[in-house]
Design a binder for this molecule. Structure first.
Ligand code: DON
Length: 346
């Protein structure tokens, strides 16, 4: 491009930016394209206020302990790639991470192996279009276990974490999550015990993987470590820091520690976009347009690459196992910020 043409393009861009500020459209205020503090705090508060009275869905109860979590809890948090935190509601309540853990363990496995090919070759990355615990999906998809965000693929991912014992395997996962969160994270023992006593379906998944050489440690040990991983306690704020570490290309924006090599970040986000909401993943991409992951504990983390993580937490989940209020809050914020990765449509 000639000097003159470049100058003209820049002038046009500046003109559009001024126009957008004028008409009140939230435009990037910082060099990294992160909206201003005023825009972010308003978006978080509005999302909370707008959806706090929604009562749709119900606590998951196939893990009996989850049915006891107060259904009214609702928190919304944003952590930006430069470490600013915006919150509304119950953002300091520690809940079980559940399936929101899955992309982070997948990231750990890629980093351990030094290549993203490990997920492709040993687990798979295709969406199933089926429930998170579909035995049918695990049976019919051959060669690989499906993808690391449904239960069977997540159990396979745990089995790939190199360790000499189950406690060592769990400690590696737990330690990695703590680096992502920049905080000590507990385990909710009652949730662990409750799921361990009722996880026969996950054991069935592990044995199906075992008979077709798609699990890489003792199957029951993998299920147990996976169950414990799902019982790790996070607050909405801590989960938002974990997500912001992905948004910040693998560097924790609060501790400034590099936790994940940058080259794995797009792979993690891709599997989140394709599989994060199970049989609702297409709908989520269509509405919110952000890579994200849900858990039956009520947490949802969404990533705006290079800019921020948006977290919603609310225990009532829908048929697909995804938190109703958390989804609504994130969708609203995504729309307000024009954060959809496919374009804001404005
Ligand atoms: O394995 C399970 O069924 C649970 N520990 C996790 C499932 C889950 O979070 C589904 N997601 N929304």
């Amino acid at each position: 491009m000639s000097e003159a043409r470049r100058g003209s393009v820049l002038r046009q861009f500046a003109g559009v930016a001024v126009l957008l500020i004028f008409v009140g459209v939230p435009v990037a205020a910082s060099a990294q394209g992160i909206p201003s503090a005023q825009v972010l705090s308003r978006a978080v508060q509005e999302a909370y206020d707008k959806f706090k009275d929604v009562r749709d869905g119900a606590n998951a109860d196939y893990i009996p302990e989850l049915a006891k979590v107060p259904s009214e809890l609702f928190g919304v948090a944003i952590v930006t790639a430069d470490g600013d935190v915006y919150t509304a509601g119950d953002v300091d309540y520690a809940f079980s991470i559940q399936s929101v853990s899955k992309p982070f363990t997948a990231a750990l496995v890629m980093q351990q192996e030094g290549t993203p090919d490990v997920l492709r070759q040993k687990i798979g990355v295709e969406p199933t279009g089926m429930k998170f615990n579909s035995i049918l999906a695990t049976q019919v998809i051959k060669g690989v276990s499906v993808n690391p965000l449904v239960n069977s693929g997540a159990i396979a991912a745990v089995s790939l974490v190199k360790a000499k014992s189950a406690p060592e395997r769990f400690d590696k996962i737990h330690g990695f999550f703590e680096q992502l969160a920049g905080a000590k994270l507990g385990v909710i023992e009652d949730v662990y015990q409750s799921e361990a006593a009722t996880n026969q379906r996950n054991r069935a998944h592990a044995y199906i993987l075992f008979v077709s050489d798609r699990i890489y440690s003792d199957p029951m040990e993998a299920v147990d470590v996976y169950t414990r991983q799902c019982s790790i306690a996070v607050t909405a704020k801590q989960l938002a820091v974990m997500g912001a570490t992905l948004a910040n290309n693998g560097v924790n924006p609060i501790t400034h520690q590099r936790v994940l090599d940058t080259r794995y970040v797009p792979r993690v986000l891709a599997i989140m976009m394709m599989n994060g909401f199970y049989d609702e993943s297409g709908l989520w991409a269509y509405t919110a347009g952000l890579p994200a992951k849900t858990g039956v504990g009520g947490g949802v983390v969404a990533i705006v690459p290079g800019r921020m993580a948006i977290v919603g937490f609310s225990p009532r989940v829908n048929e697909a196992g995804n938190s109703v209020r958390a989804m609504k809050a994130i969708e609203y914020i995504s729309d307000q910020l024009g954060a959809n990765v496919f374009g804001s449509g404005r």
